[in-house]
Design a protein around this ligand. Sequence first.
Ligand SMILES: *Cc1c(COP(=O)(O)O)cnc(C)c1O
Length: 411
Amino acid sequence: MTSSGSKSSPDPLGLEPAEMRRLAHRVVDLVLDHVEARADGPALTAGDPAALAAALGGPLPEAPGDPDAALDALAHVALHHMQHAGHPRFLTRIPSPAAWTGILGDWLGTGTNAIAASWAGGAGPSEVELVVLEWLRAGLGLPEGTEGVLLSGGSIASLTAMAAARLERGPGPAYLSDQAHASIPRALRALAWADVRLLPSDAEGRLDPAAVAAAVRADRQAGHAAGVVIATAGTTNTGAVDPLEALAALCAAEDLWLHVDGAHGAPAALHPAGRAQLGPGLARADSLVLDPHKWLFQPYDAGCLLVSRPGGLDAAFSFTPSYLADVQTRAGEVALRDRSPELSRRSRALKLWLTLRVHGAGALREAVARGMALGEEAEAMVRGDARLEVVSPAQLGVVCFGVLGAEEGEH
Ligand SMILES: *Cc1c(COP(=O)(O)O)cnc(C)c1O
């Protein structure tokens, strides 16, 4: 029963303790019902705007409503009409299923309203995030001293990296290929980046270091400052990996910032085979983005930015306005609000911490290897079928194929 207006509980949004517990258990059951029934329905359920609005909308509710009916509407209408990335036949696109341990970690954080902004307001969640960032750094083979922050996803992580690079490097041009993810030009546009060099990719869909070198030379001659090279480790179209080692050498020689967008592909570095596909250049990035809500099997949202220069993020984002003057941090205490544009921020690290603590990095490594092996198996099946052709080979779990003789649009 809601207790709104009752004398014992003046909290207008309060619920009686027994009702809180009953509804919480119902939520657990609704989620588990969803997980267990997953294979029965389609992998993706589209929605009709008018039907969804009729079921979920209406005028602003003024009076209290039945909580069970409201939960049912969310579970059976709103959350039914979407993609179900954990479905056994959800074979396409980059979204991945979420590990149950990740879901549980997220629930704990939401249930306790955890915040990871300042040390004073969230020392525990902040430490969990620092631990997770260090675990990721070590697992991916990045240099010691690399710092990072968890964000909503690859898009905002790259935007944050670009802002940090810009503040350190000044207004030099940004070099990227036509295979870069759309979030990159969007981030550059949001930052009002003046000079963006969109370079054609090579036949394998990779950024050509010689093309970057030529563009940099021309820009230098025209008086431009050193800028930023944006490489992709696992493109969205084909899973291609830009030649990171050659790009890192070029960036070192020309004093350019190397940003690697590994939102999908970087977790492959957990496994020796994946790390070999990415190459040693991955560890030479000035900034690297990966999405734990993709190949680290975390529920939305979880993006990660790692920057190999200690203090680089703080230099860009630290501000101490007067209303935060009494939450200054002391030595050893990290205020994660100083590492990105986010101040209030949920603890996205809890879920990944729980997954790593419970399953161990070995399990994630095996899951990544399984994804790559499935891609190779799919490629072999396509090659064995006379009706099909491989358009791009299996790379980081992505294989593109077509139907022979089919016209564009018939696929
Ligand atoms: C998914 C993806 C992004 C965007 O990440 P979000 O988490 O959706 O913001 C950027 N780059 C690449 C290569 C991606 O695969």
